[in-house]
Design a protein around this ligand. Structure first.
Ligand SMILES: [Ca+2]
Length: 504
């Protein structure tokens, strides 16, 4: 009696104060290919830490992100499909004439006639995973890339539930000089490196700095309060550069992967040293497929397509004694499922005004239960990519139908053999697309059209050293482009996109 009471009490204590509220460290790479980690056939010399993590946790082999950076981040933050906030469009697309033309829109102009970008971002009324975890008593931090709005304070990380912010707001930073070509309407450098939403001029390689900050923040945490750290490496998004410490052994892309892996290793060491490892859910994944089919082998497609190679990503979850080590699990999971899963694991509330598309996958991750999901809405009409729906084993990509059970590499279009399936899936996509809200007039314009620094308020008072830094970079940039040509890849057409540069 005495011993069973003791057991009950000690188990109850463990459940409520410790295991029930793990820290969550969510680490995401950018534009990594499916086949880049050693465990998926990549060069194992580049990814020893990623591969080691895989042996300590479960690899979820049917985890779906979205085809591009911003859409994945919107779905991750909200647990909702990105078309619901027009987040299937990226903020920078509203400064690109060729993208705007797809919406029947033209470039906006300031009163003085200067062409500029219409401001978009994740709407403030969305409840983010950071807000939900904060409500549940977690401290929250974003380290790295945001890409859900780069101008209005309410759309920046600290307006969306993060106690702390470090890194960049927009799509793809120069790893060393921390500027981004501001493609609205032309390409000029804008400074995009911030700590707690103040611009900071820092030397160093972005991947190393992101890892440094992640390590520093882990060092500041205690066992008294659970934490959610979202670590969004910009690696291995372009522009890729030579890394002095890896020259001449590694080419640019391989070096970027190696540095990412080194950063991950340092973060895991910090978690271990601080004694957090047993009570921390660590996830490593990637935001969308790589730029070429070669790096996404064996899947068809690339980033910015809805084929498997564009959306199916490596995903490892480690939580000692909770998530099975060294295992593989092919349960179907979507990025929208992360918010309800994290909030459930954290003992938080899923009651919210805006309905979730995501489902709680904690029974899948922790108990090996089957996935409750048999459908993923990948794209709907109004996106620049093909409307795409996964339903059971079937996947409709535009007009083509595939059976992923018998044809996982999407080689054979079977639409003609299954007209009734196509009709049903098209009807479902049409029904969901009707839930897309009106875009509205997007009346807020980026003013000035070419800021020194992203962040409307930050740009009001830019330190001179940053202005000098940006001016020096702009002096090296082209002043104009031939009429009708753009310094970014053309908008996707008929589901196809060709990457010629750094993966915008
Ligand atoms: Ca990306």
């Amino acid at each position: 009696m005495k011993s069973s009471l003791f057991l009950l009490v000690s188990f109850g204590l463990a459940a409520s104060s410790f295991a029930a509220r793990p820290n969550i460290v969510f680490i995401m790479a950018d534009d990594l290919g499916w086949a880049d980690p050693g465990f998926n056939g990549g060069d194992a010399r580049l990814t020893p830490n990623i591969d080691k993590l895989a042996t300590q946790g479960t690899r979820f082999t049917q985890f779906y992100m979205t085809p591009v950076c911003a859409t994945t981040r919107a779905a991750l933050m909200t647990g909702r499909y990105p078309f619901r906030q027009w987040m299937d469009w990226r903020s920078e697309d509203f400064g690109k004439p060729d993208y705007l033309a797809l919406l029947g829109m033209k470039l906006a102009h300031l009163p003085d006639g200067t062409p500029t970008r219409r401001v978009t971002g994740l709407p403030a009324e969305e409840r983010t995973v950071a807000e939900a975890l904060k409500e549940a008593g977690y401290s929250t931090a974003l380290v790295g890339k945001w890409h859900l709005g780069e101008w209005l304070p309410e759309q920046l990380p600290m307006g969306q539930g993060f106690d702390h912010q470090y890194g960049h707001y927009a799509w793809g930073i120069d790893y060393n000089n921390k500027t981004i070509p501001h493609n609205a309407p032309a390409v000029f450098a804008v400074y995009d490196w911030h700590r707690d939403q103040k611009p900071v001029l820092e030397k160093g390689y972005a991947t190393d700095l992101i890892a440094d900050e992640a390590v520093r923040l882990i060092g500041l945490e205690s066992k008294d309060k659970p934490f959610f750290h979202y670590i969004a490496f910009n690696a291995i998004h372009g522009p890729l550069e030579e890394i002095p410490r890896h020259v001449p052994e590694l080419a640019k892309r391989a070096a970027a992967i190696k540095c990412l892996d080194e950063g991950l290793g340092r973060i895991l060491d910090a978690i271990e040293k601080k004694g957090f490892a047993d009570n921390t859910l660590v996830i490593f994944t990637n935001d969308n497929g790589g730029l070429t089919e070669e790096v996404n082998k064996p899947w068809r497609g690339t980033k910015n397509t809805t084929f498997e190679g564009g959306i199916r990503v490596p995903f490892i979850a480690r939580w000692p004694s909770k998530v099975k080590p060294g295992a593989m699990n092919d349960a179907m999971i979507n990025v929208t499922d992360l918010l309800p899963t994290f909030v459930t694991i954290a003992g938080g509330s899923l009651k919210q005004k805006l309905p979730l598309d995501g489902m709680d996958m904690s029974p899948v991750m922790l108990e090996g239960k089957p996935s409750p999901r048999d459908e993923i809405v990948i794209e709907v009409a109004g996106s620049v990519r093909l409307p795409t729906l996964r339903k059971g084993d079937f996947k409709l990509v535009g007009k083509e139908l595939f059976n992923l059970a018998s044809d996982p590499h999407e080689k054979t279009d079977i639409a003609a053999q299954h007209p009734e399936v196509v009709t049903q899936m098209q009807a479902r996509l049409k029904q969901i697309a009707a839930e897309r809200p009106p875009l509205g007039g997007l009346p807020v314009l980026m003013d000035p059209a070419l800021p020194y620094v992203y962040g409307r308020d930050e740009n009001l008072d830019v330190p001179d050293e940053i202005k000098t830094h940006v001016d020096a970079i702009r002096a090296t940039q082209p002043k104009s482009y031939p009429p009708g040509t753009y310094p970014w890849p053309a908008a996707p057409k008929d589901g196809k996109v060709i990457y010629t540069g750094d993966g915008r």
